[in-house]
Design a protein around this ligand. Structure first.
Ligand code: FAD
Length: 422
């Protein structure tokens, strides 16, 4: 959704194109299934339909209908849910958007909707993965999340040359040029207030900063504790979104046959989601996503070699520490899935590896349980009534993080109060 980032740079008086080089990914992702079936997913429509037809010819029609459902959801939500909170009064745009109602299939169960549109087990497994983009299960999420595959197909998947972190670096440069003073590594221990409005923050270092406005970018569920409530319950384990088990690796040699984006699917999708959300254990046979940015951008590696990001979904941590044995076990399951999917044996070629567990993600970023996306989107209430962007009790206290309205992931986080029109 490059226009979201263009808007963000424009708000800072700059042009995105002067700072970033977005590259459209073609194909989007290489998908490999447990029985060895593999194909490229491409947002080039004729090419993609040629991939679908041999799987199950009727799924070509199913894909059209699924895309149309996503398109109608997008038209409905872009001027309503994405721009405003669901409980605010309608504005001028609302009637235009609401003509897309009633939306058959839009409010049921996501997995059932996917199964109703596709007969191919490969396409079902592929489209069932999209709710995990917001840390949720296809078996519990509303079909409204069909907007995610639509957005990806319609507007494309993008890489930012120099890797995603260059977005952060360019925003830091813009802020510095505008005279904004940044204090990285300054943990906020307390949001101070006078009972009516936020008055500033106490830092963990002991310093106090007065403020007219406090904007919370961390997980909103941490706010009661930051406001001084010793008894505020954290989110229930069952309400938390997914965390991840991540390996960041630098390889000595190049992998010319590996795709930039690739997903290796579990041999048993239903069991995987049951283990993640019901049993709350790391999956026996996880679906693994691999991102090799150096396949597109050689500037991110010195000479030969590759930079490899590997992630498998993991349940949010519930206080258990990930000891060396658990990490080794989870890592072995990840590499077993990759090996069975034909991914090259890279372990002996790694010059560096950094492993991130849910516990480490949680501790580093103050995310309860390492939940990446705040609460999950199970049921329409949790999907749509996320914490609002303005505190209902304290003036001057705002929320912008991925745990709040409208959703997690980079475009929603960068789009608060900005336009979702293309
Ligand atoms: C492994 C992984 C893969 C992902 N893949 C994708 C992807 O492919 N596409 C996508 O769009 N999104 C992806 N995401 C999700 C995306 O990173 C998040 O949704 C997004 O970063 C949320 O942005 P944010 O600004 O709300 O919060 P964050 O980026 O989490 O920033 C919040 C910041 O606040 C800081 N903070 C919290 N509490 C305090 C405190 N008390 N004092 C001071 N600082 C504090 C944290 O340390 C953190 O730096 C991924 C996330 C992970 C972990």
């Amino acid at each position: 959704m490059p226009w979201i980032f263009r808007d963000l740079f424009a708000a800072a008086g700059a042009r995105m194109e002067d700072h970033l080089e977005p590259v459209r990914m073609r194909p989007l992702t290489r998908y490999t299934f447990a029985d060895g079936t593999a194909f490229d997913y491409d947002s080039n429509l004729p090419g993609w339909l040629e991939t679908v037809r041999p799987l199950v010819p009727a799924d070509v029609d199913g894909f059209w209908r699924f895309l149309q459902l996503g398109a109608r959801l997008f038209e409905l939500l872009k001027d309503t849910f994405f721009r405003r909170t669901p409980l605010t009064a309608p504005d001028r745009q609302s009637p235009r958007a609401l003509r897309h109602l009633p939306l058959r299939h839009g409010w049921g169960n996501y997995h059932a909707t996917v199964a109703g549109h596709f007969k191919s087990p490969y396409l079902r497994q592929m489209f069932d993965r999209y709710p995990t983009y917001v840390g949720s299960s296809p078996y519990h999420a509303p079909a409204t999340l069909a907007i995610i595959p639509y957005i990806e197909f319609e507007f494309g998947g993008w890489y930012v040359r120099g890797v995603l972190y260059s977005i952060v670096e360019s925003l830091v440069r813009l802020m510095s040029a505008a005279g904004v003073s940044l204090r990285a590594d300054s943990r906020v221990a307390r949001i101070t207030h006078d009972g009516k409005r936020a008055t500033g923050v106490d830092l963990a270092s002991g310093a106090h900063l007065d403020a007219d406005v406090v904007v919370m970018n961390g997980d909103a569920s941490c706010v009661p504790a930051l406001l001084g409530s010793a008894t505020a319950p954290g989110p229930r384990a069952a309400d938390r979104s997914l965390s991840g088990m991540v390996s960041l690796m630098g390889l000595r040699h190049s992998l010319p046959d590996v795709a930039h984006h690739a997903a290796y699917f579990s041999g048993d999708s239903a069991r995987e989601f049951h283990e993640l959300f019901d049993a709350r254990t790391f999956p026996t046979d996880p679906t693994v996503y691999v991102n090799v940015a150096s396949r597109t951008d050689r500037s991110v590696v010195p000479g030969q070699g590759e930079t490899v990001f590997i992630v498998a979904n993991a349940p949010a941590d519930e206080g258990q520490t990930w000891d060396a044995g658990q990490i080794a076990d989870a890592r072995a399951r990840v590499f077993s899935r990759l090996g069975r999917g034909g991914f090259p044996d890279i372990e002996s070629d790694a010059v560096v590896e950094d492993v991130w567990t849910p516990a480490r993600i949680g501790a580093q970023y103050t995310m309860p349980g390492g939940s990446i996306y705040g609460t999950n989107s199970h049921g329409w209430k949790r999907a749509f009534l996320r914490p609002p962007n303005r505190d209902p009790r304290l003036a001057g206290l705002f929320y912008v993080g991925g745990s709040t309205h409208p959703a997690a992931a980079h475009p929603p986080c960068c789009s608060r109060r900005r336009s979702w029109r293309r």
